[in-house]
Design a protein around this ligand. Structure first.
Ligand code: PHE
Length: 455
């Protein structure tokens, strides 16, 4: 279907709808679960600054690239490359994207499931007066058990499928417009609580006062991978969403707003978490368990902790949901347009297949722990391959595609539909996607593969 006529497609109904949906995609577990713990692991502010550099120099231009490819082609990520570069191998970038989407959603749904369980635990007062050691064993007992985390994961996948099932405007956009303001409200309440704790300053210092001696090569690779993961880049989420954006939209402005929103929420999440962690004398570098083990301990000691713990895990769940729908949509749009399936059928097929892989991810925490590859269980493997490999690789190709294949004139034509194009800004953009982004990604990659070492 994707080489000839344009199929009839859904369109976002408003500018705010576009931003809510795209920021909803970007703001997710990446911001609230992953960003704080990797910042903690890699030493705090120095990691944050490298991350911010990648966001500005690589993330923002690639986000604009994806939106441009999407709106220009008005197709799913595979169809987009097939349409814009007929008869070439570029469509493999689309295959890469759809595969990355399936992998990410498989493990993403598992963590989102944990988050729902923690809402329930918070409501029922389940954190009680547990000691840090008890909190830790409660977490591991739960994620390693063979039944309940799977039930929560499936419940989350059903919610995700329910929204995508309805469509872009009446499903994705409608829910994002309601959930994103809610999320901003919750995080602001949590921030106010955190910075008014006694001893909050030390946490803020950890987050904002860089000590570059703590930065490792590994930290730099993770900062790049996380910039892609957090902005939902490198696998065609924003190609897909961009394909639903109308021609009047000012794409560079949209890309800027979404990038700023995502970065602001990550920092706000850091501000909610580190002051509390330091105020109660807990290790900031506690890894993936930070929000599930460390924070419940913090809430327990904090005035109003019962209320704030419910709010926090609700925030995490809402953020996960507006992201997971965008990941599923990549696969659904592909099934719909390339395999000529109805939207409802595509949603069910894609959702069920991914949920099944997700079940194995969940089991790989416990019963299937022994099955590892490169020393990683299935969950960690999918996380590592997608964030550190597939997304930066996808991003590299997307930048090369826009910079070298589409080229300045065709990009200008597309951007001019929705806004006056400022020539020098366009030059900067083209320069970044032609040279800087691919160069930086290549360097970080070669480092990651051990070809050389700058750590
Ligand atoms: N950006 C989302 C987050 O931060 C995750 C995501 C990755 C969504 C890739 C879509 C594509 O949680």
């Amino acid at each position: 279907m994707s080489n000839g006529k344009l199929p009839v497609r859904d369109v976002f109904s408003s500018k705010f709808g576009v931003i809510a949906a795209a920021a909803g995609s970007a703001v997710g577990l990446g911001n609230i679960w992953k960003f704080p713990y990797i910042t903690g692991v890699y030493g705090g502010a120095a990691f944050l600054f490298v991350y911010l550099g990648f966001i500005a120099l690589i993330g923002l231009p690639i986000m604009l690239s994806e939106l441009t490819i999407g709106r220009k082609s008005k197709r799913n990520v595979f169809g987009a490359f097939k349409f814009l570069a007929p008869g070439s191998a570029w469509k493999l970038v689309g295959v890469l994207g759809v595969s990355a989407a399936a992998m990410i959603l498989a493990f993403y749904g598992v963590v989102a499931g944990w988050s729902i369980d923690y809402v329930a635990k918070a409501v029922s007062g389940g954190f009680g007066t547990k000691s840090p050691a008890e909190m830790e064993s409660m977490f591991f007992r739960f994620i390693e058990s063979p039944v309940s985390p799977i039930l929560y994961q499936l419940f989350f996948m059903v919610m995700t499928m329910g929204i995508v099932f309805v469509g872009v405007k009446d499903g994705i956009e409608k829910y994002a417009k309601f959930l994103m303001p809610l999320l901003v409200l919750i995080i602001i309440v949590l921030d106010i609580r955190a910075v008014t704790l006694k001893g909050a300053m030390e946490g803020l210092r950890f987050l904002f006062n860089p000590d570059f001696s703590k930065l490792t090569g590994d930290g730099i690779l993770s900062a790049l991978g996380h910039a892609f993961f957090s902005l939902s880049l490198g696998m065609g989420t924003l190609v897909t969403y961009g394909s639903y954006v109308d021609d009047k939209n000012n794409l560079p402005l949209t890309a800027l707003q979404v990038t700023l929103a995502d970065t602001a929420i990550a920092i706000l999440a850091g501000i909610a978490i580190f002051p509390a962690v330091f105020a109660f004398g807990i290790e900031p570098s506690s890894g993936p368990g930070l929000v599930f083990i460390t924070l419940p301990n913090v809430f327990q000691q904090m005035p109003g902790g019962y209320f704030f713990s419910i709010l926090f895990f609700l925030l995490l769940t809402v953020a996960a949901l507006t992201s997971s729908i965008s990941i599923l949509e990549v696969v659904v749009a592909y099934f719909q347009e390339e395999l000529n399936l109805k939207r409802h059928v595509s949603t069910i097929v894609a959702g069920v297949l991914i949920a099944i892989v997700g079940v194995f991810c969940s089991l790989s925490m416990g019963v299937l722990k022994e099955f590892t590859l490169f020393n990683l269980n299935l969950f960690d493997l999918l996380d590592w391959i997608s964030a550190n490999l597939l997304l930066p690789l996808g991003g590299l190709f997307i930048a090369l595609f826009v910079g070298w294949f589409l080229g300045r004139k065709r990009v200008e034509e597309e951007l001019a539909k929705g806004a006056g194009v400022i020539p020098w800004l366009l030059s900067v953009f083209i320069f970044l996607v032609k040279f800087i982004a691919p160069g930086a990604i290549a360097i970080v990659f070669l480092h990651g593969l051990g070809v050389f070492n700058f750590g």
